[in-house]
Design a protein around this ligand. Sequence first.
Ligand SMILES: C[S@@+](CC[C@H](N)C(=O)[O-])C[C@H]1O[C@@H](n2cnc3c(N)ncnc32)[C@H](O)[C@@H]1O
Length: 360
Amino acid sequence: MPGASSRSTCWNHTHDAVSILAHVRPSFEREAGQELQALAREHHLFGHLRVMEGSGLCELVLGDEDADRLVASAPFVDLVFVRQWLVSIAQLRALVPGDRVSAIVAALPKQLVFDDLCVDSGDGDEGRRLGRLCRSITEPLRDALADRLVVGSGLRAHVVFTSGDSAYVGYAPVENSSAWPKGIPRLRLPRGAPSRASAKLEEGILWFLGSGAEGELRAGMSAVDLGAAPGGWSWSLTRRGLDVVAVDKAALAPELLASGFVEHVERDAFTFKPGNAVDWCVCDIADKPARVADLMCKWLENRWCRWALFNLKLPMASRYESFVELRERMTSRLGEHVVLRFKQLYHDRAEVTGCAQVLT
Ligand SMILES: C[S@@+](CC[C@H](N)C(=O)[O-])C[C@H]1O[C@@H](n2cnc3c(N)ncnc32)[C@H](O)[C@@H]1O
């Protein structure tokens, strides 16, 4: 990471351990920590985990250069439970309101320059109460760092408040971290959506397809929506011009059917077979995750779809282990011709979203 080697000389005076700090869904701190530990192990690194239950933050304490190396080299997009990450170089405590800005600036090594600055807090109850502080300190901090904000440096400075008088200070590589504060995309429920579930599909499309969404979801394509009612996901697909077969025994929103782009099939999604292969299969059925994973494998193995986007509910206990087991099972069944990715989206609760693409 740029600047990392010169950095160590500068912060030897601090007692703080260098760590990877992660933003996560509150109550999933342990799972995100397990994910970071597994990643560290893959790189032959061993870290000490600090889980802050309910805070939306977790921390993996590593050797000085190790946090830098891991955050610079392990692909952020592959992380499932971690929404955002940064190398934390100092944990400031007993900050007094008049001195917060100068203390934070002093904690950032002088030789580092940054593309940008992000000030936020965990997504837990305490962190949300700190939103106003984060907003109010951002501009004064930006002013104080003005001569060190240089576009193209590749690093983003981060300040993460954990209370009114304590904050983590660090940085993240712009290209290997989330562009959104706390890793949460700003998405509004599109007007006219028949259910709030639309926001989840929209976030999944944004996360997994990004700028490729226009090419991969476009007018004239076809989709099957398994477990479609009341129709938020189908509606999102029809908005993009796809023709949708919506499979659900429950009723769809009447305005969705009136659009003429949706055919309602009142059948069991687990036994439904499409007449012809489609571009997309989406599935939002709240059932046993192994059952949904098998259903998706069946669709992908039979090449009934080119793309699949689906939800896997996680069990109450051993959530990380259960997820890893399911992912391994799907990966080994689908083989190398299917690219499989997962993310716990902001709109996911005790679940993860998967996206699969058949390579042709
Ligand atoms: C969470 S809701 C889906 C919400 C939908 N994605 C939306 O955007 O409005 C789950 C749906 O799965 C349906 N479902 C559950 N088991 C099913 C099955 N075996 N076959 C078809 N639909 C099923 C339920 O009837 C319910 O409407």
